[in-house]
Design a protein around this ligand. Sequence first.
Ligand code: URA
Length: 255
Amino acid sequence: MSKIPTMRLDRLLNNLGYGSRREIHIMARNGRLKLDGGILQDVEQRVPLSAEFAARLTFNGEPLDPLPGVVVMMNKPLGVTCSHKDKGPLVFHLLPDRWQFREPKISAVGRLDKDTSGLLLMTDDGAFLHQVISPKRHIPKRYLATLDRPLRGNEAEVFASGTLMLDGEDKPLLPARLEVLASHEAAITITEGRYHQVRRMFAAMGNHVVALHRAAMGGLALPDDLAPGEIQVLSDAERFIVMRGEHDVLGGDQA
Ligand code: URA
């Protein structure tokens, strides 16, 4: 059985963004930290890094933030970008204030364009991030696209062919699935993450994407009741569901 790692409580709270180690000592002395409802002042003790233990703690009367190793799903609104290097409003600014100070830092799992909305995963778990974005995994991503011009009718065939070459690239795209929803609307499922891929695929068909929304990643769909800008912490089962995408939908043996 694997042993649960431990960490000094003041360091853990500092890593979760609750304050400097000094501030945490003062706040604990002032009775703001509780274990099982009783005041806990000794923040130099080592504590297990387990969700079960964390669930017994409160800070300022609130449940403790998720421990490092968290994965959240956001309904990304339009107008925000996904990289810490970008200028302007970032998806990270929509997380609770304290989370800006977390260590390890929260990163986006892949990117959505500034003008794309929908399901965005964010995590501080490097292994999870790399598994999801690994080109070897082929995790399907489903988008809803609204188009400037009516669909021509051959898009599904061309996208499924595995021969479509994007401008400036030397390797054809893997097969993708297109479902026509209306004359100017389609759902498209891709298993790669090339730069502006969906917009460029429709551009290759002489069309233009006017709105793009990611509806699902792997087997995980964006819930209808998650408003733009809101987040939801993923359970272990949901993390697994991301990996368990419907690999066969594209007719390959990519699983
Ligand atoms: N394809 C795009 O063109 N943009 C996105 O944000 C995601 C996929």
